[in-house]
Design a protein around this ligand. Structure first.
Ligand code: IVH
Length: 668
């Protein structure tokens, strides 16, 4: 291919991929299979490697990260990134309002227009758009100079690589907060713990850690997002107020928090604050207060700034979700995958409205690093609805009788072997029959996001295991009402309900079943991808690492874990038992994973054994894909009578040609 043709194809592919990205990430309605998407992506990557000068600055390949850096370059901000003065009480806020009015020479009865914004608990960044293109992205640093994290920021899908406008301004500098929403944060931490990596204490640390990766491929895997909240130096675009700025930039593709309000006077600010306090626990991200800004830029300029913070804004902080309490005990807890976690049993304490009695200490390394001991007085913190964590030990309160919990040498539940895997901080019980693991596996199986078996909670599952009524999750489906009647305090009605709830769960989606099995590294999202890619548990269980990694977002670690899971004889038996009990859901869409995963067929000529549509379906059911024309990428051409130019082309390109009989043979 010559440079002109390459440039043309690169542009075409970039647009096509961005189109499919939007369908996939924004609309959740993909039009092409993952294999097709990957083919487009790889073609673009290859062309960009072959013609490095032709790669577009907003190429979608940037979203997956590039080569790792040695260190970050320094970036000087065009205007300093200031910080904010903090307020904590109603009085701090009314004082702020009084000061603003006094400084502006307004009478105390005037109402100032303020913009109220949630104070995001993340990492402040600056994005510089030159002629519409994202040129530089940096961290705040010391406010004057930050670190160049452009490549990392480009992996964040909420950040446009190019502004959505036909006439971009010469320069637009915006500032905002990069954050990690709570749901992915929890999932991410859980996965880290399962993989034996240290968990992050809160979403802010996780966001900061993710953004400061020298290898942008790692950042690309973290579901970071952004809200923009301030404007810096601009050319060719002007805003006269904060509300004007915030109202304009979403049209350019820059995300703005939808809970931002323009209000009149300090009274309305107070009620905004109260409302946000109430909503705080229901938000999908962590906020630590509200930011109040004078709306008019002319007034902001008049007010100016003190040494490090502007006079026109204040951060009104929420009371911290922290409390001091005592660790009464530290108990090793065995999880579903055998990982043993030290859990602190706390003297019950209220943390901003919620009673807390447990806190995870994550792992021994972390516990030792923070030097957490039984008997210690500690500060606990809760972020969103995340499991509370011990932030620090108040060592000055030590009496001298505090004790450390040593790493267990055997499993505290089954007494079996405990291993510490090389490169992992986790301690793991490897006993397959460990009752603690089994209990956790059944709990996970029956949980709300798993098979959602209504009423089957920990207490009942414990009894089922104690009474040896079940040995694995599949046994649930062969239980009779009489079995439940063996429980303490059980009535016929309740027994009937439990049995019905279990029976009802047979009709759950395939994705739930995959998630419920508790395969390491397979969370809800991955389970959904696998369900639509493989269509049935049987296909998934026979998938190879290669087939698995051909699914978008499934990496080698996840693929290995899936293959290991299904290679295990016990797991295979459980799946057979589930299927025999009628738990055998199929996903609607069947895409990757059959024998023909990633293979392209072209049907041509007059077919007699089946119609072309039927043939297409047959190929697709095995993960193949039917295309309309023959190219180098075609794997098989199935030719009926009087096949014309397509057959000709196949022969020229050396593509395998089959007749109908041979195709049927292949399908067997
Ligand atoms: S405005 C001069 N708005 O809070 C104005 N900051 O304590 C500068 N933050 O470094 C910032 N949400 O990381 C602004 N809606 C918001 C914010 C916000 C979070 C952070 C930001 C800043 C810090 C200042």
């Amino acid at each position: 291919m010559d440079a002109t043709a390459a440039a043309h194809r690169i542009k075409e592919l970039s647009q096509e991929i961005e189109h499919h990205n939007r369908l996939y990430y924004e609309k959740d309605m993909p039009e092409i299979t993952d294999a097709e998407y990957d083919a487009l992506f790889r073609e673009l990557q290859q062309l960009e490697t072959d013609f490095p000068g032709l790669a577009l600055p907003d190429s979608p390949t940037r979203r997956v990260g590039g080569r790792a850096l040695e260190k970050f370059a320094q970036v000087r901000h065009s205007t300093p990134m200031l910080s904010l003065e903090n307020g904590f009480t109603d009085k701090d806020l009314t004082d702020f309002d009084d000061r603003v009015k006094r400084f502006l020479g307004l009478s105390s009865s005037t109402t100032v227009a303020y913009v109220c914004e949630p104070k995001m608990d993340g990492v402040a960044v600056e994005l510089v758009y030159e002629n519409g293109l994202l040129a530089i992205g940096s961290t705040r640093g010391d406010g004057v100079t930050g670190e160049d994290v452009t490549e990392n920021l480009k992996t964040i899908r909420a950040i446009p690589l190019r502004l959505k406008t036909a006439e971009p301004p010469a320069l637009l500098t915006v500032r905002g907060e990069v954050y990690l929403p709570l749901a992915p944060f929890q999932k991410f931490n859980q996965e880290r713990e399962e993989a034996g990596e240290p968990a992050f204490a809160n979403p802010r640390n996780a966001a900061a850690g993710s953004l400061r990766q020298l290898d942008s491929k790692i950042t690309a895997k973290r579901p970071l997002s952004i809200f923009c909240y301030a404007v810096g130096l601009c050319e060719g675009i002007e805003f006269d107020s904060q509300s004007h700025f915030l109202g304009s930039i979403p049209k350019l593709g820059l995300p703005v928090n939808e809970r931002i309000r323009l209000v009149n006077g300090i009274e309305e600010v107070l009620s905004y604050y109260r409302q946000m306090m109430e909503e705080r626990d229901d938000l999908p991200y962590e906020i630590d207060g509200v930011v109040v800004k004078v709306d008019q830029f002319a007034l902001q300029r008049e007010l100016g700034e003190k040494s490090r913070s502007p006079r026109w804004a204040i951060a009104w902080k929420f009371p911290p979700r922290q409390a001091t309490t005592v660790i009464e005990d530290i108990v090793p807890q065995v999880g579903r995958t055998g990982v043993i976690t030290p859990v602190a049993h706390l003297r019950r304490v209220e943390v901003s409205g919620v009673m807390v009695s447990r806190a995870t200490l994550h792992n021994w390394e972390e516990m030792e690093r923070k030097d957490i001991r039984k008997g210690d007085t500690v500060v606990v913190e809760r972020a969103g609805d995340v499991i509370p964590a011990v932030v620090k030990v108040l060592t000055e309160k030590r009496q001298g009788n505090e004790t450390m919990l040593p790493i267990p040498l055997t499993c505290p539940v089954c007494g079996g072997e405990v291993v510490r895997i090389e490169g992992e901080v986790a301690v793991r019980c490897v006993g397959l029959a460990c009752p603690a693991q089994l209990l956790e596996r059944v709990k996970h199986f029956a949980s709300r996001h798993g098979m959602d078996i209504d009423g089957l909670g920990e207490k009942y599952i414990e009894q089922l295991l104690d009474l040896k009524l079940i040995e694995d999750v599949a046994d649930l489906y062969t239980l009779a009402e009489e079995d439940f009647m063996k429980f303490e305090r059980m009535g016929t009605k309740l027994a009937e309900n439990l049995r019905t709830a279990i029976a009802n769960s047979k009709s759950r989606d395939l994705s739930r079943l995959i998630f419920a099995l508790g395969i390491r590294h397979v969370g809800e999202h991955t389970a959904k991808l696998l369900a639509s890619a493989f269509g049935s548990l049987e296909h998934l269980s026979n998938a190879t690492v290669e087939e698995l990694t051909s699914v978008r977002e499934v990496g080698p670690q996840v693929a290995d874990s899936i293959v290991d899971f299904f290679r295990n004889e016990e797991n295979r038996e459980i799946i057979a038992k589930l299927s025999a009990a009628g738990v055998n859901p199929k996903a609607e869409e069947k895409r990757v994973g059959g024998r023909f995963t990633g293979k392209t067929f072209v049907f041509t000529g007059a077919l007699t054994r089946f119609t072309r549509d039927e043939a297409k379906k047959m190929a697709e059911q095995e993960g193949g894909h039917a295309a309309g024309s023959v190219s180098k990428k075609t794997d098989y051409v199935v030719a009926g009578a009087d096949a014309g130019s397509k057959l000709e082309k196949a022969r020229q390109l050396g593509v395998t040609v089959l007749d109908e009989e041979e195709f049927l043979e292949l399908m067997k």
